[in-house]
Each structure stands twice: as C-alpha cells, then as structure tokens.
Design a protein around this ligand. Structure first.
Ligand code: G1P
Length: 300
C-alpha cells in the first residue's frame, strides 16, 4: 500500500523580517515594520495566515536581535484574553487569539543585514528531516488573492525542484526585482526558468517576469546559499543561489500570478494596502468609501 498522494510539499515557511525598515522611519525607531497594522492586523499576521492556509505548520521568522517583538506577537496573552472574556468582547477575543493559533513560530537570528540569501540561510539549522522543501514568504509583499503557494506546490509535485511566484511587470519598472529567463510549458500560468538575475537594468532584463516574494524552494537551496558570493548591492542574494541551482540542472519553474499585489515595504504601498483592506471591511468600508469619494472630489 502506498500512502495518500499529497501536493502539500512543505510544512515550514521562512519569513525574513530582519530589515531596519528605513523607509518607515521614524515609526520603525520603536515599532518593527512587520507589526504596522493593515487596518488592525499586522502585515506579518497576514503572511502567517497565508502560509498556514497553504498547509505550513511552522513559521521560522528570521529577525534581528532587537526585533523580538515580531516573534512575541505570536505568543498568547492570557491576561488580555481574560479581560476581554469578562467584558463579553467576543469578536475582539477571537482577533487576539488568531495569531497564536495560526501556526507554530520559531525564530532564527540574523546578526548582520547581509542580504536576503543570507537571511534565508539562517533558517537552515532549525529545519528538520521532514523539510524536503521550504516556502519563503517576504512579508513586504502581499500577493492577492491568496492561494498562489498551493499552485506552486502543485507545480513542484509535477516538475520537482523549486517553484517561484512571478508577476508580469512593465519593462520600465522591472529594475527593483529578480527577473526570470523563461520558456512556456503546456500550462499558460507555469513557465520553466532557465536563468535568474537580480535587479537588472531594463535593457538587460531577460523577460518581464519578476520574482514577487513567494518561493517554494527545494532544500538544495541551503547548499547553494553556502556557495554564493556577494551579488547585487554587495549582498548575498537568494536570486544568485536560485541561478546557481539552475546552472547545475535543478528544475526551476514559476507560477505567474495574475492577481493583485501590495508592497508593504514603503509608506505609499502600505497606504494603498490599508485602503484596499479597509474598503473591504464590513465595519470601516462603507464610511471610508463615502469619505474618500468626497475627499477625492476636493483634490486639485
Ligand atoms: C527582493 C528579491 C527580489 C524580488 C523582490 C520582490 O528584493 O531580492 O529578487 O524580486 O524582493 O519584492 P528587495 O525588494 O528586498 O530589494
């Protein structure tokens, strides 16, 4: 007898959250960027929810020694729960309990900001024998609607190797991203990747398909991360480790996500996300919509 076939090819999600949050200063002097609320929920809880929904059981938060608050956010607060219970504030109680109940949280410390590849590598020592593949979710990127990780797991089940999420981005805006050299498969939303380059000039970009913060990486990535040197910006780039695996014959595919995306990493993108989520919120949406309409009429 063989066991049940499952496309749930990962149980651990790695979330790099060690950055200084310089684009959000001065707020990030005291509050980690990942805890800033999109309406009332920190960005990191949204990402943890997405990972749990895709089947992850454990989230390894890679953070810096002074950002312990990001991990503490996932602890339960019996004192607060008791107070809310006594007051009969059931809806709030549910919200307070959600994060600790979502997923088990472990921490890995990145002592120095040496790049995304270096951050992911810090999670290597806490993996278990069961972790044949890991998901990596960048908490700056909200990929909407959620569900792309499950499609990526299906692609890994079909092709093996590693699967990343791609967005089709206009060429003139491609430079801040890792960009894929791709060819088509029989599925319009899945492409085979032949190379990957971090932050190319538009004229050097191999395509308009850019990495957008969701990765399903075979465990072989950790060995590749040990073998790369500094790349774009002098940092150890996850992109370069993926490119090295491709050179060595490891299958890499992308799932092209045709939905929306918010960049929580800067105030402009964060505000859009907050407005988008607030408009969809039963409590705040209707009044915000009316106010925005009026307010926009008065914009020069
Ligand atoms: C990182 C990755 C890049 C990816 C981007 C997605 O860049 O290095 O390949 O396209 O995230 O948001 P960063 O935004 O950290 O410079």
């Amino acid at each position: 007898m063989t066991g049940p076939i499952t496309t749930n090819t990962f149980r651990t999600a790695i979330v790099p959250a060690a950055g200084l949050g310089t684009r959000f200063l001065p707020a990030t002097k005291a509050v980690p960027k990942e805890l800033l609320p999109v309406v009332d929920t920190p960005g990191i809880e949204l990402v943890a929810g997405e990972a749990a929904e895709a089947g992850a059981r454990r989230m390894v938060v890679v953070t810096s020694p002074d950002k312990q608050a990001v991990v503490d956010y996932f602890d339960s607060r019996p004192d607060l729960e008791e107070a809310l219970e006594k007051k009969g504030k059931d809806a709030l109680l549910e919200k307070v309990r959600r994060a600790p109940g979502l997923i088990d949280v472990d921490v890995a410390i990145q002592e120095e900001a040496l790049g995304l590849g270096h951050a992911v590598a810090q999670a290597g020592p806490v993996l278990t024998d069961e972790d044949d593949a890991v998901a990596v979710l960048l908490p700056d990127d909200l990929v909407l609607p959620t569900g792309v990780l499950s499609k990526m797991a299906e692609a890994r089940a079909r092709y093996g190797g590693s699967v990343l999420c791609a967005f089709d981005i206009p060429k003139e805006r491609i430079s801040p991203y890792g960009v894929f050299d791709v060819s088509d498969t029989d599925d319009g939303d899945v492409k085979q990747v032949h190379g990957m380059v971090e932050k190319p000039a538009p004229e050097d970009a191999p395509s308009t398909y850019a990495a957008a913060g969701r990765y399903l990486l075979d465990r072989a990535i950790f060995d590749a991360l040990d073998r790369i040197g500094p790349g774009s910006g002098g940092e150890l780039q996850l992109t370069d480790a993926v490119a090295l695996l491709i050179e060595e014959g490891h299958p890499v595919h992308v799932v092209v996500h045709r939905g929306g995306r918010h960049d929580l990493g800067n105030p402009g993108g964060f505000l859009r996300a907050a407005v988008d989520f607030a408009l969809a919120d039963d409590e705040y949406g209707p009044a915000l919509r009316d106010w925005l309409k009026q307010r926009i009429e008065n914009v020069d």
